[in-house]
Design a protein around this ligand. Structure first.
Ligand SMILES: [Zn+2]
Length: 164
């Protein structure tokens, strides 16, 4: 199993794509994610994050949390899949706005808020932020954000800043 990449120096651009230096998440939306993670326990919850990448210092601000059913064909205790219809509907809802899908969230029942080996295999889109919620005995104990390295061989931590 691969360990998460160590934190690296970040800048707003690395020449090819934006590097997200910080993820801003309003506390009310964090609370929504926590409630969903606890309600789904011992299964994984999942959903999408919409927001704005304002470019200033690589900040991305989440504006909406959109829950999805976990439609995994595997074990919902340790895998997740966001309903493609939920993503399609959200993309349509965001058309013509300055918001976009910036990432997604899921929970790790009984696991850490770090990406698993399965998560790394599923990390196809390097532009999406992964928010992972650690749930122990039905209670949220940790929430962390991660980015996918360009070569998709590892994740890197993204500082998560709650607001409000
Ligand atoms: Zn996971």
């Amino acid at each position: 199993m691969r360990e998460p990449a160590p934190s690296r120096a970040v800048s707003s651009r690395d020449g090819r794509r934006r590097i997200v230096a910080v993820l801003i998440l309003p506390q009310t939306l964090l609370d929504d994610i926590s409630r969903a993670a606890e309600a789904a326990f011992p299964h994984e919850c999942c959903g999408l994050l919409a927001g704005r990448a304002d470019g200033r210092g690589g900040q991305t601000a989440v504006t909406r949390v959109v829950p999805s059913a976990n439609v995994t064909e595997g074990r919902a205790e340790d895998s997740f899949e966001i309903d493609p219809q939920v993503r399609f509907d959200l993309m349509r809802a965001l058309e013509g706005t300055d918001e976009a899908i910036v990432g997604h969230y899921h929970s790790h029942p009984g696991g850490p808020a770090e990406p698993s080996a399965t998560d790394l295999r599923m990390a196809y889109e390097t532009n999406l932020i992964w928010v992972i919620v650690a749930v122990a005995e039905g209670k949220v104990i940790d929430i962390r954000a991660h980015g996918v390295d360009d070569d998709r061989n590892a994740f890197h931590p993204i500082p998560l800043r709650p607001t409000g």
